[in-house]
Design a protein around this ligand. Sequence first.
Ligand code: F0G
Length: 419
Amino acid sequence: MVSVCSECGARAPGDAIFCPACHGLVVLQLEAIAPDAAALRRTFAERRLSNAAIDRSGVWRFRELLPSIPDECVVTLRENDVPLYAAPGGGDFADATAVAYLHLGMNPTGSFKDAGMTVAVSHAKACGTWVAVCASTGNTAASMAAYAARAGMAAVVIVPAGGVSESKLVQTLDYGATVAAIEGDFDRALAMIRTFESDRVAILNSVNPYRIEGQKCAAFALLEASDWRVPDWLVLPGGNLGNTSALGKGFREALALGLTTRLPRIAVVQASGAAPFARLFREGGELVPVKAETDATAIKIGAPASWKKALAEVRVSNGVAIAVDDSEIADARAAIGRDGVGCEPASAASLAGLRRLRRSATIARDENVVLVLTGHLLKDTAYAAQYHASGAPFANAVVRPKDARALRDLIERAGAVHA
Ligand code: F0G
C-alpha cells in the first residue's frame, strides 16, 4: 500500500498521519492487486474454517486488502467476527420492512474500534513503538488499552473528565492503561494529542490511517454475511467521522475489486447537539465546529477530524447526513433491545435516523437497510437504567409483587400477551 495525502494528493512517508506538505490526513491506497474476485471470495471463505487466529479474525482474513505486516507483529483478539441480525422490531419502529443490524458491539472489547486497533497496534509494534496514546470518549481508550496490553506496549489515554461512561473507564483501567482525565471535552483532548507524534509514540485515534484500514473490514464482513449482496442503505452514527470514511473506503474497494457491483448509500446520523457534519451537509461550505452536547457521550464531538474524507464518501455514495434528538436516540436504543439485541446510545442514532429518513421518504419502506451498531449495551448501563426508570415509551421498570399470588397473576398476565 502507498501513503498519500487525502487533500493535496502528495505521496507521504509510510508512517505519516498528517501530510508534511499541507497537514491533511494521510490515507493508505491499495496498489494494483490482480482482481480475481471469485478467487478472493473463496480464499476468505476458506479461512473461516481454519483455527489460525489470523484466519478467524474478521480483519486479517482479508489481508490481501490490508497493509502487509510481518506475522509475528500481528496483535489480534479475533476481532470483527461480527453478526448480521434481522431487525423486525427495529423495522416496525421505523416503518421499514427489510432492516438488519450489523452488530460491531460484538467485538472483543465491545465496540467497532477493535477492527481498527488490531491493524494500528500491529503496525506500531512492527515500527518498534514504545507508547500508544489516544484521546477518547471511551471506546477507543478501552480498545487501545486491550491491544497495547497484548502487544506489550505502554498505553496512555486522554479522556474528558466526567465525560466517559463508567464501564468504558473500568475496562481501560483493567487492561492496564494510564488514564489521564483532563478538564475540557474530546475535541480539546484530540487537539492536545496531535502534538505528541514521534518515533516512539503512536497516535492511535482514527486520524491514524492504519485504524481506517482495519475498520474498512466491517464492510467486507457485512458483504460476506450477505453473500456479497450490497444493501441499499448503510446507516451509521457519526462522531469524529473516522468510521464513515472507513466503511465508505471498504465499499469502494470492494466495488473496484469486482467483489460487488455497486455502492450502498451511506446515511450518517449525528446527535442534534453535536451535529456539525449534518449542518455542513445541509448548508455546504466548510465544517463549522460546535460545542458538543448530547447524552450519547460516545459521539459528543464538535470538531470531527475526518469530516472531509467522510463528506467525500457520503457524496460518492449518493448518501445523506442528518441529526436526531437525544430523546429519539433513547427510544430507538430501547426498541433495539426489544429485538434481543443490546447497544449503547450512540449506536441507536442509526435506528432513530432511519425513522426520520422513512418519514421524509428519503428511504423507501422496502429498501434493504443495514444499521451499524457500534457499541454494546453493557458499555453504558447507567444510561439504560435511567431510561427504564423513566416514563418513556419503552421504559421497563422493576416490579415488586407483594406475595406469591401477585407473582402468579403477573406471570399469567405476561403469558396472556401471547394467548
Ligand atoms: N459509536 C460509538 C459507540 C463510538 O464510540 C464512536 C466514537 C462513534 C460511534 C463514532 O465513530 O468517531 O468514527 O464517527 N468513539 C470515539 C472514541 C470517538 O473515543 O471512542 P466516529
